[in-house]
Design a binder for this molecule. Sequence first.
Ligand code: ADP
Ligand code: MG
Length: 462
Amino acid sequence: MKLDVDVLRYLSKEDFRVLTAVEMGMRNHEIVPSELVDRIASLKHGGTYKVLKNLLKHKLVHHDSSKYDGFRLTYLGYDFLAIKTMVNRGVFASVGRQIGVGKESDIFEVASEDGTILAMKLHRLGRVSFRAVKSKRDYLKHRRSYNWLYLSRLAALKEFSFMKALEEHGFPVPNALDCNRHCVIMSLVPGYPLVQVKELQNPEMVFERIIGLVVCLAEHGLIHCDFNEFNIMIDDDENVAMIDFPQMVSVSHRNAQMYFDRDVECIYKFFGKRFNLSFEEQADHSDSAEEDAEDSSRPCFSSINKTAGFLDKELAASGFTRKDQADMDKFIEEGSDEDAVSGDEEDASDSTEAIVRDTDALHLSEQPEQIQEGDGADKDETRQRVAASRHESEAQDGSEERGECEEDACDAELVKRLNKQRRRAIAAAHGGRKALASRNSYKDKGGRSSHNSKIQKQLSGW
Ligand code: ADP
Ligand code: MG
């Protein structure tokens, strides 16, 4: 996916304010009604509609009028919110080239103020189909519907928490530096993914080290679950590091044995093929071999002493912290209500109050830190000497592309409509006349409440 951060420099406080309003609205709506965006952003004189046009032009939001007139964030819009927050926090100051693309993430180099190069991983869970995600990812649990913002944020948070815990226990992993929304900032691992390495001076030793890591993880209560040549980095001195943690599970997971054996098998297979290592069991190990009781060298899940540490317990078993898990459970329970909301536009929980409550509960926007008044934000804007390399990455997910085509097609019509809405809002603001609802308009019952002013406070920094 293209990440043209140059645009960031030209975005105003109002742009970010409206973008944040769309994000907040998405807590309860897949498509956020224009009127609701306007109400949350609360810009004077119908300013929201003008800003929405600009955000649309830069593909930071997507317009949808199939049910009612509304908007949703695009991944790019979400990227910008996360990047802006990180830059405001002083984590990094510029974004560089893309160094990795997975089916569920994009990885970029970023540079801090003092020139240190770091890695930024942007999770993109909506890229694969929900069914595939749900079957693989235990953090979705019983949730029936999903929201890619939420899923990607959760994946990032899980990865960040696991990376930090592993680092603290001496595992060779990147240094986890910060996390916001779907974005994780970590140290740049020197070297290359093992898959790119054709020759090793000491393949046996590297192999032992890597298998040792799988065992050591299990001793600490964890299984990587995607432990393969793509997620192992190796440097010129043949030091190894592991990356990519959102799918890790506890050794008490019901499929733990299978995941463990699969991780081990991946390494055996790769080293057998790439570096011609031969293993005792290969004679009686055909492709379908699962367990081999006679193979004394291959690590066996059941005989591993899993008492070196209880990282899985510390991380609340295949979750992250207890609090995150609790927040998430709450969200999952509310998920069923949310399903109803998207089908029933008149549900009471559409109110602004509900958005504030839910947003607060989930910390979707970390207002106190990310929204700094006045000079902080201004200073940061000038600090954004963002030198982007324009990367055409792999294809985005189909729906996004489809969305963008539709976007182009109805652009002119939309601009007309936005102008109309803007005029109406201006008229309403001036004359005290109620804004007329458009044909597709969304009926929102939430009034301007005290909660509303809370949002205004939260938004005031953009
Ligand atoms: P995915 O979940 O999409 O597989 P990964 O975390 O495995 O994402 O990262 C994809 C690629 O990006 C890796 O194979 C590696 O080349 C690169 N990469 C990821 N994290 C780092 C890092 N901290 N330092 C250097 N390269 C990295
Ligand atoms: Mg990976």
